[in-house]
Design a protein around this ligand. Structure first.
Ligand SMILES: [Zn+2]
Length: 280
């Protein structure tokens, strides 16, 4: 647990998986990325799905959910998932039941972030957190539900349509406050409606980067995933977020990083960003 002002913040696992290293690092040649992230003989690298639980005296907010429990054995195999779905057990170990979560903020609606938002119970797919508002960017919702083949990659409608049917969907825009001290920042880049999440209290802060910074290796200015729909935007917004984090000594969450889920960012005199694992 780390303290961000009045917020108690825990990193909880939404799952682990093996993923193609080339896709993870986009245009970066393997001869370079393998020096920092070794791959197996299938070119796969192990990744996390780091979610965040932020609690204060009033609110219990979850950011992203990991892959959830609905995937078929075949889909689990093709996605390289590790067994089970650890999120609910990890919340339980912190003394948090699904009913106690009052907000679930989804960075975007790709399956590895929103899959746990819904669960299959007696054949019906329903929200996993029965009392929560699910916070989704308006543009992201429009794109994920558009039915356009060009935009459909990574979206599974059973992960998010039941949220609307249950009346638990809250669509938001850039800079909207979710609860006092937590706001969303529409970044674009990875998807047009991708949002980062900013937690601030008493001069302390934490930024959930989502897939703008999937691993700490993506601290390098030009390293982005092949999934990014707007590569230039990802690079622009990454710089803005890193500068903001460095200037304010705010922590950042690397949501797919197994080894360094959270760090701070320092700015080297040569304008290079550095991962600073000691949290102030
Ligand atoms: Zn992702």
């Amino acid at each position: 647990m780390i303290q961000v002002g009045k917020w108690r913040v825990d990193i909880v696992s939404g799952g682990r998986f093996l993923h193609d290293g080339g896709v993870l690092f986009g245009i970066v040649p393997k001869s370079i990325w393998q020096n920092v992230q070794p791959a197996d003989d299938q070119n796969l690298v192990p990744l996390a799905m780091n979610c965040v639980l932020a609690r204060n005296d009033t609110h219990c907010v979850l950011i992203d959910t990991g892959h959830g429990s609905k995937l078929s054995p075949l889909d689990r195999k093709s996605h390289g998932l590790f067994p089970g779905w650890p999120l609910l057990d990890e919340l339980s170990a912190l003394g948090v039941s699904p009913e106690q979560v009052d907000h679930v903020v989804l960075s975007h609606l790709h399956w590895d972030h929103s899959g746990g938002a819904t669960s299959k119970v007696n054949g019906a797919v329903i929200p996993t957190f029965p009392s929560a508002q699910f916070v989704v960017n308006r543009q992201e919702w429009a794109d994920a539900t558009s039915g356009q083949v060009e935009r459909s990659g990574g979206y599974v409608s059973a992960d998010f349509l039941p949220l609307e049917e249950a009346g638990q969907l809250r669509l938001v825009d850039h800079l909207e406050e979710i609860v006092p001290g937590i706001q969303v920042l529409q970044t674009g880049g990875h998807t047009l409606g991708h949002q980062a999440v900013l937690i601030e209290s008493n001069g302390k802060g934490l930024i959930y980067l989502g897939d703008i910074g999937p691993t700490s290796h993506h601290i390098r200015k030009l390293w982005c995933t092949s999934y990014d729909l707007d590569l230039i935007r990802t690079r622009e917004v990454k710089k803005q977020l890193f500068d903001f984090a460095a200037q304010n000594s705010y922590s950042v969450i690397w949501n797919h990083d197994l080894d360094i889920p959270i760090s701070q960012i320092a700015l080297h005199p040569k304008r290079e960003y550095l991962v600073q694992t000691e949290i102030l």
